[in-house]
Write a protein that binds this ligand. Structure first.
Ligand SMILES: NC(=O)C1=CN([C@@H]2O[C@H](COP(=O)(O)OP(=O)(O)OC[C@H]3O[C@@H](n4cnc5c(N)ncnc54)[C@H](OP(=O)(O)O)[C@@H]3O)[C@@H](O)[C@H]2O)C=CC1
Ligand SMILES: Cc1cn([C@H]2C[C@H](O)[C@@H](COP(=O)(O)OP(=O)(O)O[C@H]3O[C@@H](C)C(=O)[C@@H](O)[C@H]3O)O2)c(=O)[nH]c1=O
Ligand SMILES: [Mg+2]
Length: 285
């Protein structure tokens, strides 16, 4: 894609974009440090990109509870400043957010109009980022996704593969339900949305996008071990038996009808994507 700037280089989404749009410009923290967003804006003005995708974030959910300023800077302040610069340049800005903006009550899927109420610092900072991107005006997308996995970076699949080879039994939370989403699918969705936004300058807004079917972390872990051929038994536990600094939503189900309707993008089946990622990591599936 011509003139695409991606903020992020080594992260899960950034690496997926490297594979799908190698001609784009990728700036990691060493190239453009978003803890100093004004310096990044200066570099953006020099580069004059045609589109910006923000694949950078503070994603350490538990660490964020005590590292509030850094989470706020990366997830809220910087996206707002860069979105404003994009609006000033008249170019599309695509941003990514999370199911953790919700409190996870109930057991039905939430659409984009559902009330937000984050349970922790990460979710609050991401929600603030959403607001700032929208308030910057211009042509923007905020894509809320969930439970991202890929061969790169840190994610639940890689954690399970590590623990599954070390242990023959693992306790995993069974009362949190969501949609695991392969990073390559998010990259493809963002690139398709970019194409459609450039063709129709009215397009944009807030969208949900997650893999299907919805499952618990325990169910996801079981599927990971089965497909990777690891003999590790998963035991269902309630979240109350797995204390963490940050609370996580019990119901992370995202209703993804709007992106299908407006952009023709459907929920990907994470089970097939899991096989692809496992192959990439050297597992026979
Ligand atoms: N991971 C998940 O399960 C989920 C993620 N999301 C959202 O998806 C998006 C992508 O997440 P994901 O790919 O998993 O994130 P990762 O944690 O894998 O990658 C984070 C990225 O942020 C960049 N970054 C961190 N600090 C800075 C900084 N100070 N300056 C510049 N860049 C920085 C990193 O840069 P560098 O390339 O230099 O390392 C890296 O590319 C985020 O908005 C996240 O909130 C939403 C739902 C679930
Ligand atoms: C390692 C482990 C985790 N768990 C639980 C803890 C937690 O409830 C759940 C997932 O743990 P993780 O820490 O991998 O997941 P977490 O970092 O909370 O993942 C989230 O990251 C952010 C960035 C998002 O935006 C979310 O969509 C979501 O993907 O699994 C177990 O029950 N047993 C275990 O052995
Ligand atoms: Mg984590």
């Amino acid at each position: 894609m011509n003139g695409l700037l991606v903020l992020g280089k080594s992260g899960q989404l950034a690496q997926a974009l490297v594979r799908q749009a190698p001609e784009a410009t990728f700036w990691g923290r060493a190239d453009a440090d978003l803890s100093d967003p004004q310096s990044v804006v200066a570099r953006i003005r020099d580069l004059r990109p045609a589109t910006i995708i923000n694949a950078s974030a503070y994603t350490a959910v538990d660490k964020a509870e005590t590292d509030v300023a850094a989470a706020q800077m990366l997830n809220a302040t910087a996206p707002g400043v860069v979105a404003q610069a994009a609006a000033d340049l008249g170019i599309p800005f695509l941003h990514v957010s999370t199911d953790y903006v919700f409190d996870g009550s109930g057991d039905t899927a939430r659409n984009e109009d559902a009330a937000t109420a984050p349970l922790g610092v990460y979710g609050r900072s991401k929600l603030e980022g959403e607001r700032r991107v929208a308030e910057a005006g211009g042509q923007w997308v905020v894509l809320r996704t969930s439970w991202v996995f890929s061969p790169d970076g840190a994610n639940f699949v890689k954690t399970m593969l590590r623990l599954g080879t070390e242990r023959d039994q693992l306790n995993v939370v069974a009362d949190q339900i969501g949609g695991p989403t392969e990073a390559g699918r998010i990259a493809a969705a963002l690139l398709e949305m970019t194409r459609q936004m450039l063709a129709d300058r009215q397009k944009g807004g807030l969208y949900h996008f997650a893999g299907a079917p919805d499952i618990s972390w325990a169910g996801f872990a079981r599927e990971i071990f089965a497909r990777a051929g690891l003999a590790c038994e998963v035991r269902d536990i309630p979240a109350s038996d797995y204390p963490t600094p940050a609370r996580r939503p019990a119901n992370s189900r995202l209703d993804c009808a709007r992106i299908a309707q407006d952009f023709g993008i459907d929920r990907p089946d994470w089970r097939a994507d899991l096989d692809t990622v496992l192959k990439h990591l050297g597992y026979m599936t």
